[in-house]
Design a protein around this ligand. Structure first.
Ligand SMILES: Nc1ncnc2c1ncn2[C@@H]1O[C@H](COP(=O)(O)OP(=O)(O)OP(=O)(O)O)[C@@H](O)[C@H]1O
Ligand SMILES: [Mg+2]
Length: 451
């Protein structure tokens, strides 16, 4: 990718001469005065260097330098000085100019000096500042969490984003996998490229290959025109394979091959198509357990699991609940007339005590419901939906004898026995996630109840 630079000069001829000289190596934007230059900087955050004349009508190059530096502290700046402005230009080094070039401009020298200014760390700085700007806009800023687990997640995201390494996001429904996938893309150098999401669980089995890799016209009945698949649409950007655990085994082989070669052929096609993509995969299943059960290919698992990020269930990070609640109240109250101003401590306690099987999504929906139905002021216990009260008393039938935990354990062990100790089957029979089942079994093992 060519670095972007901005050329500011009131003389059209000089501007165009320099633009032409630098156009081969850089994406050049030009501006005729300081005001337009600021607009260009605002419009294009990837501009890494500004080359500006000193003497211009309106604000001069020195004022522009100050304004631009204030806006973008890491922007590299070179001033073009004519006779009579050299002293000013030298003084401007204090204000952050990296270099100055004498007019009339020697074009060979121009190229060298621009390259040098960019190289002396300016570009890296720019990437850093770009990253923090994006952070605010689309990055992690719309994600809340101060638990150690979420801090770890955020740290991983920041570390992983700049590379093109494959990321595997694992976590139960509604824990923020989509948000994280977007954040990684937006914080990455591919942010300007496409973000293409494919829900592998939602596409009929016979259409998955064409959806991912595209097809040629006439390759099967119904293929009336050529179709570009997600892999190709995501070129130079990010491909998000959501619910990757749902992919049929036959497709897993093809996906693995495409990931290994970064190339594939369209259905009915013969030419390999090469792509430059970053892959993020997500699943709410325990992929490792799925591998053990033969439902997911081990080689594909390793290929996807380069950087693995686990999003914990909300009940395992209760300390995030107050933050999330305030964030959602603020956001949803604003969207609904702004009458709700907060929540009482008693109501907050109740929300913290609930188990949130639908995780953050369920919490957000609950707050939305409460905000919409409330008459205003602080949300209170009375506003909390019935199913979120008294968490221990719901749903599970309690046997006449024994505690809830004992009943649960008996049920789990019985279910396991009934399916010949196949853990996946048992989880399905019980209607709980494999992960929960494993955790329970670990607990029982620690208690010494199962070998
Ligand atoms: N940490 C968070 N801060 C703020 N909002 C969050 C956070 N995590 C999730 N959300 C919100 O919760 C909802 C669900 O998040 P998201 O769609 O990213 O979850 P998911 O893990 O992809 O779920 P699924 O497995 O069902 O696809 C969204 O409205 C999202 O904005
Ligand atoms: Mg999702």
């Amino acid at each position: 990718m060519k670095p972007s630079i901005l050329i500011v000069d009131d003389e059209k001829d000089t501007r165009e001469l320099m633009a032409r000289a630098l156009g081969a190596d850089y994406n050049v934007t030009t501006a005729a005065d300081a005001e337009l230059a600021i607009k260009a900087l605002e419009a294009n955050p990837s501009i890494a260097l500004m080359l500006s004349d000193v003497r211009m009508p309106g604000a001069d190059g020195l004022q522009l330098l100050k304004a631009a530096k204030k806006m973008r502290p890491n922007l590299a700046c070179i001033l073009l000085t004519a006779f009579g402005t050299v002293d000013q230009a030298v003084a401007a080094m204090k204000d952050g100019a990296d270099d100055f070039i004498m007019k009339p401009v020697d074009l060979d020298q121009l190229d060298l000096r621009v390259a040098k200014a960019l190289k002396t760390g300016a570009l890296e700085n720019e990437v850093a500042s770009l990253r923090s700007q994006l952070d605010e806009k689309y990055g992690l800023d719309n994600m809340v969490g101060s638990s150690a687990a979420m801090e770890r997640v955020f740290k991983m995201v920041r570390r992983a984003a700049p590379s093109s390494a494959t990321v595997l996001l694992q976590g139960p429904n509604g824990t923020g996998k989509d948000l994280i996938a977007h954040a990684i893309h937006n914080l990455s150098p591919r942010a300007k490229g496409p973000f293409v999401a494919v829900n592998c669980g939602a596409i009929p089995e016979n259409l998955i290959e064409s959806e991912l890799f595209g097809h040629e016209k006439g390759s099967f009945s119904g293929a009336v025109a050529q179709h570009i698949g997600s892999f190709e649409s995501a070129n130079h950007g990010t491909l998000f394979l959501d619910e990757v655990g749902e992919l049929p085994l036959a497709m897993q082989v093809k996906l693995l091959r495409a990931l290994e070669n970064r190339s594939f052929t369209r259905v009915g096609g013969s030419q390999p198509v090469e792509v430059d993509i970053r892959v993020i995969a997500a699943t709410n299943r325990d992929l490792k357990a799925l591998v053990e059960d033969g439902g997911f290919r081990q080689d594909l698992f390793y290929r996807l699991n380069v950087i693995d990020i686990h999003l914990p269930a909300l009940k395992d990070r209760v300390e995030d609940i107050p933050l999330l609640v305030s964030r959602f109240i603020k956001e949803l109250s604003a969207a609904n007339g702004g009458a709700v101003t907060g929540i009482t401590p008693a109501a907050m306690k109740m929300l913290e005590a609930y188990s949130w099987p639908g995780n953050v999504r369920e919490l957000r929906n609950a707050i939305e419901k409460m905000v919409v139905l409330s008459s205003g002021g602080q949300l209170d216990v009375a506003d909390i939906p019935d199913e979120m009260r008294a968490p221990a008393a719901i749903s599970l039938p309690i046997a006449a004898t024994g505690t809830l935990a004992e009943t649960e354990k008996a049920k789990i062990l019985a279910a396991l026995q009934s399916v010949g100790n196949n853990r996946s089957k048992a989880a399905r029979v019980l209607g709980i996630s494999r992960r929960t089942l494993y955790r329970k079994l670990d607990e029982y093992a620690k208690e010494g109840d199962i070998p």
